[in-house]
Write a protein that binds this ligand. Sequence first.
Ligand code: ATP
Ligand code: MG
Length: 380
Amino acid sequence: MKDVLLIKYGELALKGENRSFFENTLVKNIKYALRDFDGVKVEKTHGRIYVECEKNVEEAIERLKKVFGIVGITRAKEADLDLEEIFKAAVDLMKSHQGKTFKVETKRPNKAFPYNSMEISRRVGAAVLKNVKNMKVDVHNPDVLLNVEIREKAFLYAGVIEGAGGLPLGTNGKATVLLSGGIDSPVAAWMMMKRGVEVEAVYFHSPPYTSDRAKEKVVDLCKVLSQYGRGMRLHVVHFTDLQLEIYEKCPARLTTIIMRRMMMKIAEKIAQQNGSLALITGESLGQVASQTIESLYVTNSSVSLPVFRPLIGMDKREIIDIAQKIGTYEISIRPYEDCCTIFVPKHPATKPKLEKVLEAEEKMDYQKFIDNFEEEVIEI
Ligand code: ATP
Ligand code: MG
């Protein structure tokens, strides 16, 4: 008897010609997620992916719950075509459903097996009743449906564990996320990863105004995000000099928006070098002064790559819910300052005018900072 996981992947069915590319990428991502497991076999046969797993099945399921493109994971037992073996598998499987009502349903594509479906269901049901505590049969409205499939082997499964959904990572190109240590940008990155986008991160670090612990926070956030993908590259850009230049040369009320534009310009340069076709930010309309529609217009005008803002229409509460679900929240709320809070003006412009901002930017030589920025590249 063997543990097998049956992987369901709904949205892929819609993709026509690309289907095998999507399926192959999903198989690759599943193999990557389980790369350090012994004795794992991943197989694709007629519209299904089977994952064979000798041990640590629970842990394997936890990993697979983070693989985008998987809609559901069914924990199944594969048994030899022998009634006693099938009973054993059924009892094993139903132990985790003690105290519930159940019903057995059998399919028998392999007609060489000498018992018919009704007979198999009846006898498997009896074995479960005898060997698992407090079980009751309910054929109309069971808590658990125990499926038995008689193929070249017998497959038994009950219940589906919900997967992450979305599209397999790597099937929708690449984008570069501006990742601060805050709550929003990691969620934004995750949402784009969920749509199959491979993500590279840029963090703007301003020592000594921002501490090493602020940087560590971002590294830790990348570690969490990388669990949903296949590793991740983080660029830590040394931003202090440019930030001081802005602070010195530009009107106080425009420093935040100009700083944001400079971040975008540097991120765009990195994006162009790494093959990204878009930038990602954690902006949400109206959340703070730099996120009014006027500010977003001015920020957006600093670059020509498309900027994805998956949180644009979300409330803070909704963003926090996702952050908690994906495991970034606890890291994001660690109390280390980011560069924006230190250089933040008392009265930032909430309706900046692009001409005024461009005029202010003329007063400093930002191009030399953008052409020669220093960075540390960390492979997560
Ligand atoms: P977050 O929760 O992501 O920090 P926020 O609500 O604090 O966002 P802002 O400070 O206005 O919002 O930043 C808007 C966006 O700009 C962030 O979501 C992020 O994408 C980017 N950003 C801000 N600061 C940095 C930084 N130091 N490094 C990289 N990106 C940054
Ligand atoms: Mg922030």
